[in-house]
Design a protein around this ligand. Structure first.
Ligand code: FAD
Length: 448
Protein backbone atom coordinates (compact mmCIF):
# COMPACT_ATOMS: atom_id res chain seq x y z
CA UNK A 1 0.00 0.00 0.00
CA UNK A 2 1.49 3.35 -0.95
CA UNK A 3 0.14 6.77 -0.11
CA UNK A 4 1.02 10.42 -0.42
CA UNK A 5 3.84 11.86 1.69
CA UNK A 6 1.44 14.09 3.55
CA UNK A 7 -2.13 13.15 4.52
CA UNK A 8 -4.25 15.97 5.90
CA UNK A 9 -7.39 15.13 7.87
CA UNK A 10 -10.09 17.84 7.64
CA UNK A 11 -10.80 20.00 4.58
CA UNK A 12 -12.05 22.96 6.61
CA UNK A 13 -10.29 26.30 6.54
CA UNK A 14 -6.81 25.30 7.75
CA UNK A 15 -6.67 21.88 6.09
CA UNK A 16 -7.61 23.10 2.63
CA UNK A 17 -5.24 26.09 2.78
CA UNK A 18 -2.37 23.87 3.92
CA UNK A 19 -3.07 21.34 1.15
CA UNK A 20 -3.15 24.14 -1.41
CA UNK A 21 0.08 25.71 -0.21
CA UNK A 22 1.98 22.42 -0.04
CA UNK A 23 0.78 21.25 -3.45
CA UNK A 24 1.70 24.57 -5.06
CA UNK A 25 5.20 24.03 -3.72
CA UNK A 26 5.57 20.56 -5.17
CA UNK A 27 4.65 18.36 -2.21
CA UNK A 28 2.67 15.14 -2.54
CA UNK A 29 -0.46 15.72 -0.44
CA UNK A 30 -3.96 14.29 -0.05
CA UNK A 31 -6.88 15.70 1.87
CA UNK A 32 -9.63 13.75 3.69
CA UNK A 33 -12.94 15.28 4.79
CA UNK A 34 -15.79 13.64 6.66
CA UNK A 35 -18.57 15.55 4.85
CA UNK A 36 -19.55 15.38 1.18
CA UNK A 37 -18.23 18.08 -1.17
CA UNK A 38 -19.92 21.35 -0.06
CA UNK A 39 -19.74 22.61 -3.67
CA UNK A 40 -22.08 19.84 -4.79
CA UNK A 41 -24.28 19.22 -1.80
CA UNK A 42 -25.47 21.15 1.24
CA UNK A 43 -23.48 20.13 4.32
CA UNK A 44 -24.11 21.09 7.96
CA UNK A 45 -23.27 24.78 8.31
CA UNK A 46 -21.50 24.09 11.60
CA UNK A 47 -20.24 27.24 13.23
CA UNK A 48 -20.46 30.94 12.42
CA UNK A 49 -21.79 31.81 8.98
CA UNK A 50 -19.31 34.63 8.55
CA UNK A 51 -15.89 35.40 10.00
CA UNK A 52 -13.62 38.38 10.52
CA UNK A 53 -10.47 38.02 8.45
CA UNK A 54 -7.53 40.17 9.55
CA UNK A 55 -3.95 40.73 8.36
CA UNK A 56 -2.51 37.46 9.65
CA UNK A 57 -5.06 35.46 7.69
CA UNK A 58 -4.75 37.70 4.64
CA UNK A 59 -1.00 37.25 4.63
CA UNK A 60 -1.38 33.47 4.55
CA UNK A 61 -3.93 33.69 1.73
CA UNK A 62 -1.63 36.00 -0.17
CA UNK A 63 1.27 33.54 0.15
CA UNK A 64 -0.96 30.83 -1.29
CA UNK A 65 -1.94 33.14 -4.19
CA UNK A 66 -5.56 33.37 -3.09
CA UNK A 67 -5.94 36.84 -1.58
CA UNK A 68 -7.43 38.50 -4.66
CA UNK A 69 -10.02 35.74 -5.06
CA UNK A 70 -11.05 36.07 -1.43
CA UNK A 71 -11.03 39.88 -1.48
CA UNK A 72 -13.62 39.76 -4.26
CA UNK A 73 -16.20 38.43 -1.79
CA UNK A 74 -14.94 40.09 1.42
CA UNK A 75 -16.52 43.20 2.93
CA UNK A 76 -14.30 45.75 4.71
CA UNK A 77 -15.30 46.80 8.23
CA UNK A 78 -13.60 49.98 9.39
CA UNK A 79 -14.62 49.86 13.06
CA UNK A 80 -17.02 48.80 15.75
CA UNK A 81 -20.44 50.43 15.68
CA UNK A 82 -21.66 50.48 19.26
CA UNK A 83 -25.44 50.44 19.77
CA UNK A 84 -26.92 51.53 23.08
CA UNK A 85 -30.40 50.52 24.27
CA UNK A 86 -31.91 53.72 22.89
CA UNK A 87 -30.61 52.89 19.42
CA UNK A 88 -27.91 55.60 19.59
CA UNK A 89 -24.79 54.52 17.69
CA UNK A 90 -21.14 55.44 17.91
CA UNK A 91 -18.41 54.29 15.52
CA UNK A 92 -15.11 53.31 17.11
CA UNK A 93 -12.59 52.96 14.31
CA UNK A 94 -10.24 49.96 14.37
CA UNK A 95 -7.19 52.02 13.53
CA UNK A 96 -5.96 55.46 12.58
CA UNK A 97 -4.85 54.47 9.09
CA UNK A 98 -7.34 54.05 6.25
CA UNK A 99 -6.03 50.53 5.54
CA UNK A 100 -6.60 49.37 9.15
CA UNK A 101 -9.83 47.52 8.42
CA UNK A 102 -10.91 43.95 9.00
CA UNK A 103 -12.89 41.89 6.52
CA UNK A 104 -16.14 40.01 6.80
CA UNK A 105 -15.99 36.75 4.85
CA UNK A 106 -18.58 34.06 4.38
CA UNK A 107 -17.25 30.77 5.79
CA UNK A 108 -18.87 28.68 3.04
CA UNK A 109 -17.57 30.89 0.21
CA UNK A 110 -14.08 30.93 1.69
CA UNK A 111 -14.01 27.16 2.15
CA UNK A 112 -15.20 26.62 -1.40
CA UNK A 113 -12.58 28.98 -2.83
CA UNK A 114 -9.92 27.09 -0.88
CA UNK A 115 -11.15 23.71 -2.13
CA UNK A 116 -11.28 24.92 -5.75
CA UNK A 117 -7.74 26.28 -5.51
CA UNK A 118 -6.42 23.14 -3.77
CA UNK A 119 -7.89 20.91 -6.46
CA UNK A 120 -6.55 23.28 -9.11
CA UNK A 121 -3.08 22.82 -7.60
CA UNK A 122 -3.42 19.04 -7.93
CA UNK A 123 -4.59 18.00 -4.44
CA UNK A 124 -6.78 14.88 -4.35
CA UNK A 125 -9.64 15.56 -1.97
CA UNK A 126 -11.48 12.55 -0.56
CA UNK A 127 -14.88 13.73 0.64
CA UNK A 128 -17.14 11.52 2.75
CA UNK A 129 -14.07 10.12 4.49
CA UNK A 130 -14.35 10.37 8.27
CA UNK A 131 -11.24 9.47 10.20
CA UNK A 132 -12.21 6.64 12.54
CA UNK A 133 -8.81 5.55 13.89
CA UNK A 134 -5.08 5.60 13.25
CA UNK A 135 -2.45 2.89 13.58
CA UNK A 136 0.79 4.77 14.15
CA UNK A 137 2.89 1.59 14.23
CA UNK A 138 1.79 0.64 10.75
CA UNK A 139 1.37 4.28 9.67
CA UNK A 140 -2.20 3.75 8.53
CA UNK A 141 -5.31 5.91 8.78
CA UNK A 142 -8.73 4.25 8.78
CA UNK A 143 -11.69 6.14 7.35
CA UNK A 144 -15.41 5.34 7.20
CA UNK A 145 -17.99 6.72 4.79
CA UNK A 146 -21.72 7.42 5.03
CA UNK A 147 -22.54 4.10 3.31
CA UNK A 148 -20.71 2.23 6.08
CA UNK A 149 -17.62 1.40 4.01
CA UNK A 150 -14.08 1.61 5.39
CA UNK A 151 -10.84 2.57 3.72
CA UNK A 152 -7.29 2.24 5.01
CA UNK A 153 -4.67 4.68 3.77
CA UNK A 154 -0.93 4.57 4.36
CA UNK A 155 0.73 7.80 5.44
CA UNK A 156 4.17 9.17 6.02
CA UNK A 157 3.05 12.30 7.89
CA UNK A 158 -0.56 12.71 9.14
CA UNK A 159 -1.72 16.27 9.82
CA UNK A 160 -4.79 16.81 11.97
CA UNK A 161 -6.75 19.83 10.71
CA UNK A 162 -9.98 18.25 11.87
CA UNK A 163 -11.16 20.94 14.27
CA UNK A 164 -11.73 21.16 18.01
CA UNK A 165 -13.12 17.61 18.33
CA UNK A 166 -10.14 16.22 16.36
CA UNK A 167 -10.24 12.46 15.81
CA UNK A 168 -6.54 12.45 14.95
CA UNK A 169 -5.75 14.12 18.29
CA UNK A 170 -7.70 11.43 20.11
CA UNK A 171 -5.83 8.73 18.21
CA UNK A 172 -2.46 10.38 18.98
CA UNK A 173 -3.37 10.53 22.67
CA UNK A 174 -3.53 6.76 22.77
CA UNK A 175 0.19 6.68 21.94
CA UNK A 176 1.46 9.82 23.71
CA UNK A 177 -0.30 11.92 26.38
CA UNK A 178 -0.91 15.32 24.77
CA UNK A 179 -2.58 16.78 27.85
CA UNK A 180 -5.47 18.22 25.84
CA UNK A 181 -8.05 19.93 28.03
CA UNK A 182 -11.07 21.99 27.22
CA UNK A 183 -12.16 24.88 29.43
CA UNK A 184 -15.81 25.77 28.75
CA UNK A 185 -16.60 29.50 28.63
CA UNK A 186 -19.96 29.03 30.32
CA UNK A 187 -21.51 31.26 27.65
CA UNK A 188 -22.93 30.05 24.35
CA UNK A 189 -24.08 31.73 21.15
CA UNK A 190 -27.05 31.76 18.83
CA UNK A 191 -27.04 33.08 15.29
CA UNK A 192 -29.87 35.33 14.09
CA UNK A 193 -30.14 37.51 11.00
CA UNK A 194 -31.01 40.96 9.74
CA UNK A 195 -32.10 40.39 6.13
CA UNK A 196 -31.84 43.13 3.48
CA UNK A 197 -34.51 45.83 3.85
CA UNK A 198 -37.57 46.23 1.59
CA UNK A 199 -35.40 48.22 -0.85
CA UNK A 200 -33.01 45.25 -1.03
CA UNK A 201 -30.22 47.17 0.71
CA UNK A 202 -28.35 46.70 4.00
CA UNK A 203 -30.40 47.76 7.01
CA UNK A 204 -27.29 48.85 8.98
CA UNK A 205 -23.98 50.44 8.00
CA UNK A 206 -22.22 47.61 6.10
CA UNK A 207 -18.75 48.98 6.77
CA UNK A 208 -18.81 48.20 10.47
CA UNK A 209 -18.93 45.29 12.87
CA UNK A 210 -21.96 46.13 14.98
CA UNK A 211 -21.95 45.52 18.73
CA UNK A 212 -24.74 45.79 21.26
CA UNK A 213 -22.72 45.63 24.53
CA UNK A 214 -24.84 44.97 27.59
CA UNK A 215 -22.43 44.11 30.38
CA UNK A 216 -22.90 40.39 31.05
CA UNK A 217 -23.83 39.59 27.45
CA UNK A 218 -23.83 41.11 23.99
CA UNK A 219 -24.90 40.77 20.41
CA UNK A 220 -22.74 41.42 17.34
CA UNK A 221 -23.50 41.62 13.60
CA UNK A 222 -21.25 41.20 10.54
CA UNK A 223 -22.31 42.10 6.97
CA UNK A 224 -22.73 39.56 4.16
CA UNK A 225 -22.40 40.10 0.40
CA UNK A 226 -26.15 39.41 -0.05
CA UNK A 227 -26.76 42.60 2.02
CA UNK A 228 -27.91 40.75 5.10
CA UNK A 229 -26.18 40.73 8.48
CA UNK A 230 -25.46 37.65 10.54
CA UNK A 231 -26.03 38.51 14.20
CA UNK A 232 -24.62 36.46 17.05
CA UNK A 233 -26.07 36.65 20.54
CA UNK A 234 -23.55 35.69 23.25
CA UNK A 235 -25.14 34.88 26.58
CA UNK A 236 -24.57 32.74 29.70
CA UNK A 237 -25.69 29.15 29.26
CA UNK A 238 -27.19 29.12 32.74
CA UNK A 239 -27.22 31.48 35.68
CA UNK A 240 -27.75 30.97 39.40
CA UNK A 241 -28.53 34.67 39.95
CA UNK A 242 -32.17 35.64 40.28
CA UNK A 243 -33.41 37.33 37.08
CA UNK A 244 -30.08 37.07 35.24
CA UNK A 245 -30.76 36.13 31.59
CA UNK A 246 -29.39 32.88 30.21
CA UNK A 247 -30.11 30.48 27.38
CA UNK A 248 -31.48 28.05 29.94
CA UNK A 249 -33.89 30.60 31.39
CA UNK A 250 -34.96 31.94 28.01
CA UNK A 251 -35.72 28.65 26.30
CA UNK A 252 -39.25 29.71 25.43
CA UNK A 253 -39.01 31.60 22.09
CA UNK A 254 -41.61 34.16 23.23
CA UNK A 255 -39.62 34.95 26.37
CA UNK A 256 -36.41 35.18 24.36
CA UNK A 257 -38.14 37.57 21.94
CA UNK A 258 -39.26 39.79 24.85
CA UNK A 259 -35.71 39.83 26.22
CA UNK A 260 -34.20 40.68 22.83
CA UNK A 261 -36.79 43.40 22.20
CA UNK A 262 -35.99 44.99 25.55
CA UNK A 263 -32.18 44.80 25.17
CA UNK A 264 -31.61 45.20 21.42
CA UNK A 265 -34.72 47.04 20.13
CA UNK A 266 -33.07 48.64 17.09
CA UNK A 267 -31.83 45.22 15.94
CA UNK A 268 -35.02 43.29 16.65
CA UNK A 269 -37.18 45.67 14.62
CA UNK A 270 -35.05 44.70 11.61
CA UNK A 271 -35.13 40.92 12.23
CA UNK A 272 -38.03 39.73 10.10
CA UNK A 273 -37.03 36.06 10.46
CA UNK A 274 -36.66 36.19 14.24
CA UNK A 275 -39.51 33.89 15.29
CA UNK A 276 -38.45 31.21 12.85
CA UNK A 277 -34.80 31.53 13.93
CA UNK A 278 -35.63 31.37 17.63
CA UNK A 279 -37.45 28.11 17.06
CA UNK A 280 -34.79 26.57 14.82
CA UNK A 281 -31.29 27.98 15.39
CA UNK A 282 -29.33 25.99 17.96
CA UNK A 283 -27.25 27.34 20.84
CA UNK A 284 -23.56 26.86 20.04
CA UNK A 285 -20.96 25.79 22.57
CA UNK A 286 -17.84 27.86 23.32
CA UNK A 287 -14.63 26.71 25.00
CA UNK A 288 -10.87 27.12 24.91
CA UNK A 289 -8.84 24.04 24.03
CA UNK A 290 -5.30 23.85 25.41
CA UNK A 291 -3.00 21.08 24.18
CA UNK A 292 0.53 20.74 25.59
CA UNK A 293 1.92 18.54 22.82
CA UNK A 294 0.86 18.92 19.22
CA UNK A 295 2.94 16.23 17.54
CA UNK A 296 3.84 12.57 17.70
CA UNK A 297 7.53 12.30 16.75
CA UNK A 298 7.74 12.58 12.94
CA UNK A 299 4.42 10.83 12.30
CA UNK A 300 1.64 13.25 13.17
CA UNK A 301 1.00 16.89 13.99
CA UNK A 302 -2.04 19.06 14.79
CA UNK A 303 -2.86 22.51 13.42
CA UNK A 304 -5.65 25.07 13.90
CA UNK A 305 -8.58 24.29 16.17
CA UNK A 306 -7.46 20.66 16.50
CA UNK A 307 -4.55 21.96 18.62
CA UNK A 308 -5.84 25.24 20.03
CA UNK A 309 -9.52 26.19 19.64
CA UNK A 310 -10.23 29.59 21.18
CA UNK A 311 -13.30 31.68 21.96
CA UNK A 312 -14.27 33.93 19.02
CA UNK A 313 -14.05 37.38 20.62
CA UNK A 314 -10.88 38.58 18.94
CA UNK A 315 -11.95 37.14 15.58
CA UNK A 316 -8.64 35.30 15.40
CA UNK A 317 -9.26 31.52 15.47
CA UNK A 318 -9.08 31.13 11.70
CA UNK A 319 -6.36 33.77 11.46
CA UNK A 320 -4.26 31.84 13.97
CA UNK A 321 -4.96 28.58 12.11
CA UNK A 322 -3.76 30.23 8.89
CA UNK A 323 -0.56 31.33 10.63
CA UNK A 324 -0.02 27.69 11.63
CA UNK A 325 -0.38 26.77 7.96
CA UNK A 326 2.39 29.15 6.89
CA UNK A 327 4.72 28.11 9.71
CA UNK A 328 4.27 24.39 9.03
CA UNK A 329 4.26 24.58 5.25
CA UNK A 330 7.48 26.63 5.14
CA UNK A 331 9.27 24.16 7.36
CA UNK A 332 8.06 21.06 5.52
CA UNK A 333 8.98 22.48 2.13
CA UNK A 334 12.36 23.83 3.20
CA UNK A 335 13.48 21.06 5.55
CA UNK A 336 11.37 17.98 4.81
CA UNK A 337 9.51 15.74 7.24
CA UNK A 338 11.32 15.09 10.51
CA UNK A 339 10.70 15.11 14.24
CA UNK A 340 12.93 18.18 14.61
CA UNK A 341 10.84 20.09 12.07
CA UNK A 342 7.59 19.32 13.88
CA UNK A 343 9.15 20.16 17.25
CA UNK A 344 10.38 23.45 15.90
CA UNK A 345 6.94 24.24 14.46
CA UNK A 346 5.27 23.63 17.83
CA UNK A 347 7.94 25.60 19.69
CA UNK A 348 7.17 28.63 17.53
CA UNK A 349 3.40 28.35 17.51
CA UNK A 350 2.40 27.17 20.99
CA UNK A 351 3.34 30.35 22.91
CA UNK A 352 1.37 32.34 20.36
CA UNK A 353 -1.63 30.00 20.56
CA UNK A 354 -1.65 30.42 24.35
CA UNK A 355 -1.35 34.20 24.01
CA UNK A 356 -4.24 34.59 21.57
CA UNK A 357 -6.37 32.27 23.73
CA UNK A 358 -5.84 34.64 26.68
CA UNK A 359 -6.40 37.78 24.62
CA UNK A 360 -9.59 36.34 23.09
CA UNK A 361 -11.03 35.70 26.55
CA UNK A 362 -10.07 39.21 27.62
CA UNK A 363 -11.71 40.69 24.53
CA UNK A 364 -15.09 39.26 25.55
CA UNK A 365 -15.03 41.51 28.62
CA UNK A 366 -13.91 44.43 26.48
CA UNK A 367 -16.63 43.98 23.86
CA UNK A 368 -19.56 43.24 26.14
CA UNK A 369 -18.65 45.62 28.98
CA UNK A 370 -15.56 47.84 28.92
CA UNK A 371 -16.55 49.60 25.67
CA UNK A 372 -19.35 51.24 27.71
CA UNK A 373 -16.91 52.82 30.18
CA UNK A 374 -15.68 56.43 29.53
CA UNK A 375 -12.27 55.43 30.98
CA UNK A 376 -11.94 52.80 28.23
CA UNK A 377 -12.43 55.51 25.59
CA UNK A 378 -9.90 57.78 27.29
CA UNK A 379 -7.36 54.94 27.27
CA UNK A 380 -8.05 54.33 23.56
CA UNK A 381 -7.57 58.05 22.84
CA UNK A 382 -4.28 58.07 24.70
CA UNK A 383 -3.11 54.90 22.90
CA UNK A 384 -3.82 56.52 19.57
CA UNK A 385 -2.13 59.78 20.57
CA UNK A 386 0.98 57.81 21.55
CA UNK A 387 0.87 55.78 18.34
CA UNK A 388 0.51 58.97 16.26
CA UNK A 389 3.57 60.48 17.98
CA UNK A 390 5.76 57.40 18.36
CA UNK A 391 4.84 55.28 15.35
CA UNK A 392 6.36 51.79 15.46
CA UNK A 393 7.68 52.45 18.98
CA UNK A 394 4.14 52.28 20.37
CA UNK A 395 1.56 50.11 18.65
CA UNK A 396 -1.62 49.48 20.69
CA UNK A 397 -2.28 45.82 21.47
CA UNK A 398 -5.43 45.59 19.38
CA UNK A 399 -3.53 46.91 16.37
CA UNK A 400 -0.64 44.50 16.95
CA UNK A 401 -3.04 41.55 16.94
CA UNK A 402 -5.18 42.64 14.00
CA UNK A 403 -2.81 44.51 11.69
CA UNK A 404 0.76 43.52 12.50
CA UNK A 405 1.44 39.89 11.54
CA UNK A 406 5.17 40.56 11.88
CA UNK A 407 4.61 40.79 15.67
CA UNK A 408 3.75 37.37 17.09
CA UNK A 409 0.68 36.98 19.31
CA UNK A 410 3.03 36.11 22.16
CA UNK A 411 4.96 39.35 21.72
CA UNK A 412 1.73 41.37 21.33
CA UNK A 413 0.45 39.86 24.58
CA UNK A 414 3.67 40.65 26.47
CA UNK A 415 3.92 44.21 25.17
CA UNK A 416 0.17 44.69 25.65
CA UNK A 417 0.43 43.86 29.36
CA UNK A 418 3.17 46.46 29.87
CA UNK A 419 1.18 49.03 27.90
CA UNK A 420 -1.98 48.37 29.90
CA UNK A 421 -0.25 49.09 33.20
CA UNK A 422 1.20 52.33 31.83
CA UNK A 423 -2.08 53.50 30.24
CA UNK A 424 -4.01 52.83 33.44
CA UNK A 425 -1.45 54.78 35.45
CA UNK A 426 -1.43 57.72 33.01
CA UNK A 427 -5.23 58.03 32.84
CA UNK A 428 -5.80 57.57 36.60
CA UNK A 429 -7.98 60.43 37.90
CA UNK A 430 -8.34 62.07 34.46
CA UNK A 431 -11.44 62.58 32.39
CA UNK A 432 -10.09 63.97 29.15
CA UNK A 433 -6.97 63.65 27.03
CA UNK A 434 -6.26 67.39 27.45
CA UNK A 435 -5.51 66.76 31.14
CA UNK A 436 -2.67 64.36 30.31
CA UNK A 437 0.90 65.53 29.68
CA UNK A 438 1.60 63.87 26.33
CA UNK A 439 5.32 64.62 26.33
CA UNK A 440 5.74 62.83 29.63
CA UNK A 441 3.47 60.03 28.42
CA UNK A 442 5.65 59.60 25.32
CA UNK A 443 8.79 59.41 27.41
CA UNK A 444 7.24 56.76 29.64
CA UNK A 445 5.98 54.81 26.60
CA UNK A 446 9.45 54.88 25.02
CA UNK A 447 10.90 53.28 28.16
CA UNK A 448 8.51 50.26 27.98
P1 FAD B 1 -12.54 23.69 11.21
O1 FAD B 1 -12.92 24.91 10.47
O2 FAD B 1 -13.42 23.24 12.33
O3 FAD B 1 -12.42 22.51 10.15
C1 FAD B 1 -12.29 21.17 10.53
C2 FAD B 1 -12.66 20.28 9.35
O4 FAD B 1 -12.38 18.93 9.69
C3 FAD B 1 -14.14 20.34 9.01
O5 FAD B 1 -14.31 20.44 7.62
C4 FAD B 1 -14.69 19.02 9.55
O6 FAD B 1 -15.84 18.55 8.85
C5 FAD B 1 -13.49 18.12 9.34
N1 FAD B 1 -13.47 16.95 10.23
C6 FAD B 1 -13.78 16.90 11.55
N2 FAD B 1 -13.64 15.66 12.03
C7 FAD B 1 -13.21 14.89 11.00
C8 FAD B 1 -12.89 13.52 10.86
N3 FAD B 1 -12.97 12.67 11.91
N4 FAD B 1 -12.49 13.06 9.65
C9 FAD B 1 -12.39 13.90 8.59
N5 FAD B 1 -12.70 15.21 8.66
C10 FAD B 1 -13.10 15.70 9.85
N6 FAD B 1 -12.12 32.91 13.59
C11 FAD B 1 -11.67 34.06 13.01
O7 FAD B 1 -10.50 34.14 12.62
N7 FAD B 1 -12.50 35.13 12.86
C12 FAD B 1 -13.79 35.12 13.30
O8 FAD B 1 -14.52 36.11 13.17
C13 FAD B 1 -14.28 33.93 13.92
N8 FAD B 1 -15.55 33.89 14.37
C14 FAD B 1 -16.01 32.74 14.96
C15 FAD B 1 -17.31 32.73 15.46
C16 FAD B 1 -17.78 31.61 16.11
C17 FAD B 1 -19.18 31.63 16.67
C18 FAD B 1 -16.95 30.47 16.24
C19 FAD B 1 -17.44 29.24 16.94
C20 FAD B 1 -15.65 30.47 15.74
C21 FAD B 1 -15.17 31.61 15.11
N9 FAD B 1 -13.86 31.68 14.60
C22 FAD B 1 -13.39 32.83 14.03
C23 FAD B 1 -12.93 30.54 14.75
C24 FAD B 1 -12.85 29.72 13.48
O9 FAD B 1 -14.12 29.27 13.10
C25 FAD B 1 -11.93 28.51 13.67
O10 FAD B 1 -10.77 28.89 14.36
C26 FAD B 1 -11.56 27.89 12.34
O11 FAD B 1 -12.71 27.37 11.72
C27 FAD B 1 -10.51 26.79 12.53
O12 FAD B 1 -10.27 26.16 11.33
P2 FAD B 1 -9.84 24.62 11.29
O13 FAD B 1 -9.64 24.30 9.85
O14 FAD B 1 -8.76 24.39 12.27
O15 FAD B 1 -11.10 23.83 11.85
Amino acid sequence: MSGPDISIVGAGLAGSLLALDLARRGQSVELFERYPDPRRQRVPAGRSINLALAERGRMALSKAGLLETVEAFSLPMRGRMLHDVNGETRLQRYGQRADEVIWSVHRGHLNQALLDAAEGAGVRIHFDHELASADFEKRELRFTNAAGGTLTVAFRLAIGADGAGSALRRAMEQVRPLNAREVPLGHGYRELSIPPGPDGDFQLDPEALHIWPRGGYMMIALPNPDRSFTCTLFLANASSEEDAPSFERLQDPAEMRRFLTREFPDAVERMSELDHELRNNPVGYLATLYTDHWHLDDRAVLIGDAAHAIVPFHGQGMNAAFEDVVALSDRLVERGISEAVLEDFVAERKPSADAIAAMALDNYLEMRDRVRDPRFHLIKQLEWALEARLGEAFIPRYQMVMFHPEISYAEAHRRGERQRELLERLTEGHESIEEIDLDQACQAARRL
